[in-house]
Design a protein around this ligand. Structure first.
Ligand code: AMP
Ligand code: MG
Length: 342
């Protein structure tokens, strides 16, 4: 029997990165107030924290409004979005913002040998991950579906996005949250804010410092509820993709929402992949790509990509940290003993 686990908790807990700054917050340091706001957007809880008094809250509201705009525009299930029309009516996309994000996704597809592929919509749909009851489809259906997937069949010509096959469709789930975080940070900066922590369900940006100290963030244990390592970051983004966010278990096998576009099945090898880089859009795109690539290929990609670092957790529970990051990381506990079950 199909058993769905993790769906609701994933939405409630939101994403792979948890703050460990919380316990140092304003209650214990009344002289260092932090404003915190939360909105449910992009299918997850988005949290913003800005050091300062209540006067910063207007700016935070504006940043959230921008995030909401992006949520609507890039949501493939929103009938008023150009993405929806592109998917269902094959009408080209001319909106420069969407075309720009597609270009970024295509660049990462090229660099990751197609591990990131925003044309996975038909697969995600077939497996039922847009609804509340995902399920294991027959292999024949999966193979047939793969014919409709392939980033190389997208083209940007004269600023317009077109598809070479009418049955293709876009899913921005792997990149839009990171883009939204970056745009929200731009709004905050335009409002004169120099320090903030913006989290869209595990896609984070740490702007400036928290009263002079770097933001201290942790990565969620993939099979637990705590964090397994801490990092001090400033002007950096960090995004985690994990097999625990949306999944179901059938006959003892975990099937999750991040697909290997070459096989049509959920990617295996890693249970969590965190990307750290200055640009939140790229952090999001790479976290998904690294997850799909698996440990060996992911580490190779990171080694040849400037300004990209990673923390990976394998199915066997090993934590792998990119060599450049090892020096700067303050991992509090690298062992995930007993955490690697389905
Ligand atoms: P993330 O949590 O950023 O790794 O994004 C996962 C979401 O991206 C999934 O829920 C799907 O909507 C979509 N997705 C799944 N597999 C892929 C893939 N290989 N490339 C691009 N998008 C994907
Ligand atoms: Mg992603």
């Amino acid at each position: 029997m199909k058993k769905i686990l993790g769906w609701i908790p994933a939405l409630v807990v939101c994403g792979g990165v948890l703050f460990i700054t919380q316990r140092f917050m304003s209650a214990r340091h009344p002289q260092e107030p932090i404003q915190k706001m939360t909105r449910f957007l992009m299918d997850t809880y988005c949290i913003m924290q800005v050091p300062g008094d209540a006067s910063v809250r207007d700016s935070m509201t504006q940043a959230f409004d921008r995030l909401e705009e992006i949520d609507k525009k890039f949501n493939a299930l929103n009938p008023t979005s150009p993405v929806y029309r592109f998917n269902h009516e094959n009408s080209p996309i001319t909106d420069p913002e969407i075309v720009g994000l597609v270009q970024t996704a295509l660049d990462v597809s090229a660099k990751s040998d197609g591990a990131l592929d925003i044309t996975v919509f038909p697969l995600v749909d077939l497996w039922g991950f847009y609804g509340s009851t995902p399920h294991l489809p027959g292999d024949g259906k999966i193979q047939a579906c793969l014919k409709h997937v392939g980033w190389k069949n997208l083209a940007i010509e004269g600023g317009k996005l077109i598809k070479h096959r009418p049955d293709m469709a876009l899913d921005f789930g792997a990149i839009a949250k990171g883009y939204g975080v970056g745009e929200a940070v731009k709004v905050l900066k335009n409002c004169g804010i120099r320090s903030a922590l913006v989290d869209a369900g595990g896609d984070l940006y740490m702007l400036g410092t928290r009263y002079g100290k770097p933001w201290h963030v942790g990565i969620r244990e993939p099979r637990g509820t705590g964090v397994f390592g801490g990092m001090k970051l400033t002007d950096r983004s960090m995004a985690t993709s994990g097999d625990y966010e949306r999944y179901f278990i059938k006959a003892g096998v975990r099937y999750h929402h991040i697909f290997d576009p070459k096989t049509g099945y959920p990617a295996h090898g890693l249970i969590s992949a965190t990307a750290i880089t200055p640009d939140p859009t790229l952090a999001d795109a790479y976290s998904t790509a690294l997850f799909v690539l698996g440990a060996e290929r992911a580490l190779k990609l990171v080694a040849t990509t400037p300004d990209l670092e990673c923390v990976l957790v394998t199915e066997a529970g090993r934590v792998l940290i990119s060599p450049r990051l090892q020096k700067s990381m303050a991992m509090t506990d690298l062992t995930l003993a007993g955490q690697t079950g389905k």
